[in-house]
Write a protein of this length. Structure first.
Lengths: 123, 111
């Protein structure tokens, strides 16, 4: 059974950095084709993909936010961490982590999602 | 503004068939697979379709996906009240060292 859970602060101040942790079970990030992504959704708005890390430790970022994002993994603890620097009220959103499957035939897709964690940016 | 374009809303009556479109370009839908997600109010998105037209186990066969050139579609047949949700398409984009794009979402109302 695959599960993912996001954890981190619910409130951050403008200009601070946000660190979110995705703790997962039911799969290994050392298996070929396995990845974890971070995706966010501002209240009432669309999904926005942020970053992806794969089994080979390759990392991909939303080009619009690339200078502010950092993704890493700890395979021994089954965790993926996302850091977002210089937070702004516009970064207020529910942040999801999702298991991402990657393959030549099927491409990339998000087959299991965490419940999400709401992060509010306010002074 | 999303690079993958979806209609903001769609509607249908129970039993009807509805389709939701997702329009992109040669660098995303035109050269990569499309996935679709259903998001019920207050919940996390759920995978409905991957690789253009593949259904994960547990997804009813009322849901189907297709792709042609730079556009994709999600079709829902035998519409049910519980299908009322937001639907998002997604695809990898080959520009700028690779990234994932989501559509802006389509709110489906069952009348």
């Amino acid at each position: 059974q695959v599960t993912l859970r996001e954890s981190g602060p619910a409130l951050v101040k403008p200009t601070q950095s946000l660190t979110l942790t995705c703790s997962f079970s039911g799969f290994s990030l050392t298996t070929t084709g396995m990845c974890v992504s971070w995706i966010r959704q501002p209240p009432g708005k669309a999904l926005e993909w942020l970053a992806l890390i794969d089994w080979d430790d390759d990392k991909y970022y939303n080009t619009s936010l690339k200078t502010r994002l950092a993704i890493s993994k700890d395979t021994s603890r089954n965790q993926v961490v996302l850091t977002v620097t210089n937070m702004d009220p516009l970064d207020t959103a529910t942040y999801y982590c999702a298991r991402t499957l990657s393959g030549y035939t099927y491409g990339y897709y998000f087959d299991h999602w965490g419940q999400g964690t709401l992060v509010t940016v306010s002074s | 503004q999303s690079v993958l374009t979806q209609p903001p809303s769609a509607s249908g009556t129970p039993g009807q068939r509805v389709t939701i479109s997702c329009s992109g370009s040669s660098s995303n839908i035109g050269s990569n697979t499309v996935s679709w997600y259903q998001q019920l109010p207050g919940t996390a998105p759920k995978l409905l379709i991957y690789a253009n037209n593949q259904r994960p186990s547990g997804v009813p066969d009322r849901f189907s996906g297709s792709k042609s050139d730079t556009s994709a579609s999600l079709a829902i047949s035998g519409l049910q009240s519980e299908d009322e949700a937001e639907y998002f398409c997604a695809a990898w984009d080959d520009n700028l060292h690779g990234r994932v794009l989501f559509g802006g979402g389509t709110k489906l109302t069952v009348l």
